[in-house]
Design a binder for this molecule. Structure first.
Ligand code: NAD
Length: 458
């Protein structure tokens, strides 16, 4: 595969303004919607083959999200792409001003394996809608899904408009060595830094959608039964392999035992006595990740679960009791169905744990006290979060989804996705019927007038 040749073809396509016509972009998105709808069953089968993801979860967290992003984009593309008039500056009187949405050009999208379909298509839809050409590099760890992504794209787009390049680190490295107009990366913090470094050599703008250690705080006034139910759902969906899954649980010591009992009940309700036999419980994506997680269980007190089966990459829903902050499970992002339980008595205890880590992608707080929730939201910097539930802020396309600090740069979804893929070009148009002379030299005697202008008109 000749990567520079593909990029060159896309550069020429873009330079020939072939992506600029909005009705053409809209038509292609409509074609994409029809192809995606037609291939839904194939996607579900591919996800099952890749990591035993159930049909229900595949529809809920992958295909339906892509379909609704597409529908929303098709419906709104004209309004989003339209130059936006803004108030002119009085000092420029008479004038008008507009913000033009200019596509960047040739965009690289690198996606991860954990929601391999949705996380390739969601940025791709925005990038196409905004008028860019795109190269997508899906994850090598979910080859069945990557194959379908490639087939769908090739059925709709010319390669010089949108291309899918499959491959692992080597291909990714080669792609990153090229000059792009924008890079959208979803994946780990470690690789995010590699991407940022590669982008820096050409000052290429980036969106980095990364991970982190997401705290989940449960205070003594929370509805414990409902909290357990919602945490079990948000933690165990996709087998715990979700960037915004609650990572560790900070529970007020007075409700810890009650919470643990409720958690066990909810796990049994959702996945039966042995989740290994449940068709709804996904597997860890590969043995490297299985081994990384299995080590976290060693030498820890297990409250719930702790069962593993290496042959099937199975790890049961697990709660670990009070691990130390330097234990394996508390070192970095867990990204699996294991939850450390850490009890607290004071807000200082909460602070000691959360402040130990980089800014997370998400934070959750379960409480009956409005002020406590407000305080937790205000005290900590994090990408986004939910009060009294987990992960559901993701579902609101009006909210920008993304991290801060080590958990990422930039936010997308809905209109936010369209916006990140275009440069906002501010243009002022001056009119010729009046030309106030005060700004021109010679300046003798004009300073007083300038000061009056600045005082009243700026
Ligand atoms: P990863 O960083 O290992 O891989 C992501 C992509 O980068 C893949 O396409 C991979 O081929 C490529 N890649 C891997 N190593 C590379 C290298 N050295 N140089 C260049 N490219 C490289 O991540 P993953 O294991 O696929 O996904 C899990 C991580 O992604 C977790 O940390 C999770 O939190 C994060 N994530 C974040 C979001 C989000 O929206 N913020 C969503 C999903 C996953």
């Amino acid at each position: 595969m000749n990567i520079p040749k593909i990029i060159q073809a896309q550069k020429s396509y873009f330079a020939a303004h072939k992506t600029k016509d909005i009705s053409k972009r809209k038509q292609l998105l409509k074609n994409l919607l029809s192809e995606i709808t037609k291939r839904e069953k194939d996607i579900v089968t591919a996800l099952d083959a890749d990591f035993k993801k159930s049909e229900y979860e595949s529809v809920m967290t992958e295909t339906s999200i892509v379909i609704s992003e597409l529908k929303r984009t098709i419906k709104n593309i004209n309004a989003w792409a339209k130059p936006q008039s803004v108030m002119p500056a009085f000092l420029n009187f008479p004038s008008s001003s507009k913000i033009y949405k200019e596509p960047y050009g040739v965009v690289l999208v690198i996606s991860p394996w954990n929601y391999p379909y949705q996380l390739a298509f969601a940025p791709l839809i925005g990038a196409i809608a905004a008028g860019n050409t795109v190269v997508v590099k899906p994850s090598e760890l979910t080859p069945n899904t990557s194959k379908i992504i490639k087939e769908i794209i090739e059925a709709i787009f010319e390669k010089s408009h949108v291309s899918v390049i499959e491959g692992g680190v080597e291909i990714s490295t080669e792609l990153l060595a090229q000059r792009w107009d924008y890079i959208f990366f979803t994946g780990s913090v470690t690789v995010g830094k590699v991407v940022a470094k590669a982008a820096a050599q050409f000052l290429t703008p980036v969106t980095l959608e990364l991970g982190g250690k997401n705290p989940c705080i449960i205070d003594e006034t929370a509805n414990i039964k409902l909290a357990a139910k919602r945490i079990v759902w948000g933690k165990l969906i996709n087998g715990g392999q979700t960037c915004i899954a609650p990572d560790y649980l900070l529970i007020h010591s007075s409700v810890k035992d009650q919470f643990v009992a409720c958690y066990q009940k909810e796990v049994t309700k959702a996945y039966g006595n042995n989740p290994e036999n449940s068709k709804d419980y996904p597997r860890i994506v590969n043995q490297r990740n299985f081994d990384r997680l299995a080590i976290m269980l060693e030498n820890e007190k297990i409250l719930i679960g702790g069962k593993t089966n290496r042959e099937d990459n199975y790890i049961s829903p697990t709660l670990i009791d009070e691990p130390s902050l330097d234990s394996e499970v508390m070192k970095g992002e867990i990204f699996g169905p294991i939850s450390p339980v850490i009890s607290y008595d004071t807000e200082d205890d909460i602070d000691t744990v959360i402040s130990n880590y980089e800014k997370p992608l998400a934070l959750y707080v379960f409480t009956g006290k409005r002020n406590f929730a407000k305080k937790m939201i205000a005290n900590y910097s994090f990408g986004g979060g939910t009060i009294n539930d987990t992960t559901v802020h993701f579902a609101n396309h009006n909210l920008p989804f993304g991290g801060v600090g080590e958990s990422g740069i930039g936010g997308y979804h809905g209109k936010h996705t369209f916006d990140i893929f275009c440069h906002k070009k501010g243009v002022t148009k001056r009119y010729n019927w009046l030309d106030i002379p005060v700004r021109y030299a010679p300046y003798n005697g004009k300073l007083k007038i300038l000061k009056i202008f600045m005082k009243y008109l700026s």
